[in-house]
Structure formats: C-alpha cells, structure tokens
Design a protein around this ligand. Structure first.
Ligand SMILES: [Zn+2]
Ligand SMILES: [Zn+2]
Length: 448
C-alpha cells in the first residue's frame, strides 16, 4: 500500500523489501501446501472482480481516495465508516468463492457489521517489489485468544491456535481452506489463549518449521504441545531477530524477542510480514517493554496493518509504537464480554486519535484480509462502535454469570457455567432483579 506517513527508517525499509535473502534462503516450494493453489488465485480474482466496483463506490463515498487528507484531518473515522454502508458484500469472499475460500459456517465472518469492504488505491512513489500471488490473512474468531492463518502462493502459515477448546475448530477451518501442510507454525508464547489448540494442529497437520522460544510453562496446555512435538518428531526453531523467511511472495522478519525475561507476554515472538508494498505487524501479547525492543531493533518501519498486541490491552500498543508504525488498520482479537475488559478504552482512544480503522473479532467474527501487493481488501467494513470492553471486577464482585445466548443467569459455581461457550459468558455484578428486568431467566439447575 502506498506509504503516506513519515517513516523513520525509509532506507532500512526499502532495503528489507529488496533483500534477496528471503527468496534465496527459502526457495519456492513447487508442491505447495494448499491443494489446488491455482484455484485460489482464480477464485480470488473472480471475487475481486465482483466486489471491487462496489468497494470503489464505497471508497469514494468515504473520501478514502484522498487518504492523505482524511487521515491528516485528525482521525475520527466513525462517520467515514458510516458513509460506506452496504457496499460490496461481506459474504462475497465466502459465498461466491469455490470451496477453498469458504470459511467454516460455524465461524461467520463479518458478523454484525454492515457488509462492505475497503479498498486502498495503489500508488505512492515507493517502488513495489514484484508480486504475482495474492496473500490472504484470516484473523480467526477464537473468542478470547489469538489465531491467524496466512496463505500465499499455495503455502500456509499459522500464528497461534486459540485456547484449548479451539483446536478442532481451527483444524476444520484449515481443512476448509484446503490446508494440508503448514510451512510455518508460530507459537508466540506459551499462554493458553495462544497455544491451547496447538497440540491438535501439530498432531493433525504436517508442520515444517515451528517457531517458538525456549520458554515452557508448567501447565498441562504447554506439556500437551511439547509432548505432541516429541511424538511427531518435530524440533522447535528458535526465533532469531532479523531472520527472514518466505511464504509464497510474502516475506517475514523476526523482530523480537532477543532474549527471554520473566514475563511470558514480553517474550512473544513478534514478526513483520511484507507483501509487495504492504506490511503487517504481529506482536503476540508483547507489552510496552518488548515494543521498545522491537523499535530498537531498527527493523521496524511504518506498517499498513497492526494486529493489536495483547488483545487490545492498555499494557500494549504504546504511544511510542503506534507513532512509529502509524498503521492504517488495526485488528483486535478478543472474546465478546471477556473478563479482562479487552479492548481497553485507552487503546481504542489511541487508535481513534490516530485515525486507525479497527477490525475486531468479538464484533465481526473471523476477519479476512486480501493483499495483491499494493492494495488491501477486507471482507467487512471496519467496526464503527469504538466500544471498549467492560472490565469485570474482582471475583467477589461477580454475583452471577449470564449466558448471552440462552439468556439464562447462573451462580458462578453452577456446572452449566463450565460448559458455557466463552463467547456467551458474561460475568456480572448485577442483582437478580436487575437481570430479570434485562430479560434473563434464572437457571433451573442452580436456582439463583
Ligand atoms: Zn493472549
Ligand atoms: Zn499472553
């Protein structure tokens, strides 16, 4: 995408884009890991042909083609989003695609938003490395957790795999995308919401390079992953800052960590992915401390898309990072009604002030980005709510757990709560009467 922003490291950035090492060290895999790779391209083009017209109309309505002005003007993107209603079709990418572009129907994408897409015009004065294959990035809705699938040139990569409940669902999603082999698996850090489902993935798919740090945790979740690796004969590949890898026409560089500290989140593997002139930053749960390390690496440049660190927590997305990378878009992966209050208001405010358009899995389901090397397309419009999560206080303050799906409320210790899907779980400090007023019924089992 064209760069409209001041870049601190323009020289390093262009140098990186043209470094031959990426392609040279990782020769193209002619076998590919996605079956019928060619079909992806055809289908994708067909989808694009269908939707670009609409999207262009939407773009013009929202004034995005004069991006410089709309950003410079300072940032409140809400009204612009509203000026983009009903353009394109959130389902286009899924329903008109042949089988490979179909996401799992259990994982609706583009959830509650007005369907539509945004299109960034190509251009700018930066030279763009030759790109012939499309890149797709699927930010899977795994509730409170992270899971991102990247597909390019018939090769597949997975960053994290949600919590323990998500393994099989992710497996099914990958199968529907015709993924057979994962060229790369990245376990950003050993927290359950990132590696919980990874044992299933490692067991079910052939994985070529598994990037993970040496940090293990004394948890069953972590042991499951380590044991599965042993059983499958997999070795872990330790992240080395500055190391580059290729995924089809895309290329990624390890930004952090350079060493391990006591805090798992700040040991997250952070990567910068480039595809033509587009760049996407993934930081796992890295917080301010590790963000500073990424900035000091000298590798980081301005980016188009920022996968918001730590589910939109205020401990990440520091001012320093945001101002250095000035993303056009942020994607937040978090669970609806999560008990951490993600995304935090501070983060949402910072994004809004910088004119960053936000996509979020708790509101929009799985989110799919398509890059042709210069333009970025989305399967849905950015979120227009700017809602922060509702922080749930200490456990003593929680009186009941509501199920937002069945509209029942339970005592926290009710056995039904354990079986409740995380996305439907809403802890509350409201009284019984207040909940009944809100349309909730008391559970028949625990009789609250
Ligand atoms: Zn996390
Ligand atoms: Zn974490």
């Amino acid at each position: 995408m064209k760069k409209r922003k001041f870049s601190i490291f323009p020289a390093i950035a262009s140098l990186l884009l043209f470094l031959p090492s990426c392609a040279a060290t990782q020769p193209a895999d002619v076998h590919g890991s996605v079956a019928s790779g060619a079909v992806i391209v055809e289908t994708a083009s067909a989808d694009r042909a269908l939707s670009v017209e609409d999207q262009t109309a939407g773009m013009r309505a929202s004034g995005e083609e004069t991006g410089e002005e709309s950003r410079g003007a300072g940032g409140m993107v809400g009204p612009e989003n509203e000026a983009n209603p009903g353009q394109g079709n959130a389902d286009t990418i899924h329903e008109t695609g042949q089988s490979i572009r179909q996401p799992d129907s259990e994982w609706p994408a583009g959830g509650n938003t007005e369907p539509g897409s945004n299109r960034q015009p190509a251009g700018g004065n930066e030279e763009t490395p030759e790109v012939t294959e499309e890149l797709e990035i699927h930010f899977l809705d795994v509730g409170q957790g992270d899971c991102t699938l990247l597909l390019c040139g018939g090769e597949a990569m997975l960053i994290d795999a949600g919590d323990n409940e998500q393994g099989t669902r992710i497996q099914n999603y990958l199968r529907k995308q015709n993924v057979e082999t994962l060229k790369y698996v990245v376990c950003t850090h050993p927290d359950e919401d990132h590696i919980g489902g990874m044992d299933v993935i490692l067991y079910k798919f052939d994985c070529e390079t598994i990037l993970m740090t040496e940090e293990d945790k004394d948890t069953n979740t972590c042991r499951d992953v380590v044991d599965t690796m042993k059983n499958r004969g997999y070795e872990r590949t330790l992240p080395v800052v500055g190391q580059q890898y290729s995924l089809g026409d895309a290329c990624f560089t390890i930004l952090a960590p350079s060493d391990l500290g006591d805090d798992s989140n700040n040991n997250s593997i952070a990567i910068l992915l480039t595809h033509g002139s587009n760049s996407i930053l993934f930081t796992g749960d890295a917080e301010e401390e590790e963000e500073a390390e990424m900035l000091n690496s000298g590798i980081l440049k301005d980016v188009d898309v920022y996968k918001a660190g730590h589910h939109g927590s205020r401990t990440s997305s520091s001012e320093r990072l945001l101002e250095a990378v000035l993303p056009e878009y942020a994607v937040i992966s978090c669970g609806e009604g999560n008990s951490y209050g993600h995304p935090h208001a501070e983060t949402m405010n910072a994004f809004r002030a910088l004119g960053i358009q936000v996509f979020r899995t708790d509101e929009q389901g799985s989110i799919v980005l398509t890059s042709d090397g210069s333009e970025i397309l989305w399967n849905c419009s950015p979120s227009a709510t700017w809602l922060a999560g509702e922080p749930v206080g200490s456990n003593e303050a929680v009186s009941y757990i509501c199920n937002t799906n069945t509209k029942k409320f339970h005592y926290p210790e009710c056995s039904s709560v354990e079986q409740m899907e995380e996305k439907n779980k809403l802890p509350t400090s409201a009284t019984r009467e207040e909940l009944i007023d809100q349309g909730y019924d008391p559970c028949k089992k625990c009789n609250p």
